[in-house]
Unconditional design. Sequence first.
Length: 276
Amino acid sequence: MPGETLDEALAAAAEQNRLGIAVTLTHLGENLRERSEADAVLAHYQATLARIGAARLRGEVSIKPTQLGYDIDPELCARHARTLAEAARVHGSRLWIDMEGSDYTDGTLQLYRRLRQTHANVGVCLQAYLRRTRADLEALLPMGPAIRIVKGAYAEPPQKAFPDKRDVDDNFHWMAEQLWQPSARGNGAWATLGTHDRNLISELELLSKRMGVGAKDYEYALLYGIQRNEQLRLVKSGRNVRVLISYGAHWFPWYMRRLAERPANLLFVAKSMFAG
């Protein structure tokens, strides 16, 4: 994290842009219980999009349904999300919908489908470690969806998520292959590849070449400050690169919850820091 404030996040975004890297901003906070809190998040993201536009940054925002009031009222969340989708459209950017724990998968996909009826500039995250994700992607493909593929970070039981990394990687690879099929691309599908795994990146590069997918026809998404050298290497090789910049006062509970859910995350961060 570059800091807790929007000013710090925007300063970091401008720095990334100067390096040829686009950004996605996300304000930390989940599972809000008061409507006033959800309304405040809406206002914050409206202001964020306005400032991204005013500064002419290559930037998007990514929201969580529970941050916009899904636990309070799914209809409230849908209204707030549609307002932000329209604001993003005006500024010429895409609104991303994050995927939370598996209890929210159905609701998140329903929200995405509703927004896509009126706004083509909306994308959704799918988690490669969930067993259900292949069916979810196949159901979305006729829409020509924008999908950010990630491995998944929430604690899930083995009946819901693959416990073995190789299975997760295979699913990630399969998802990219489906989004790169000529029929899917012709229908407007877009793939954002959210991974720091250099071996998987190498596999995806080979897949894109085999399928005739141009370097500018997809993008990689990595976390701010993690594997900076890899980010710059991808930029220099002509790839689209985007970093996710998280900020906000709720960083500590968010960070500790992630470590509690998956202690391996701590080892990954430590290795990334020393590896650049």
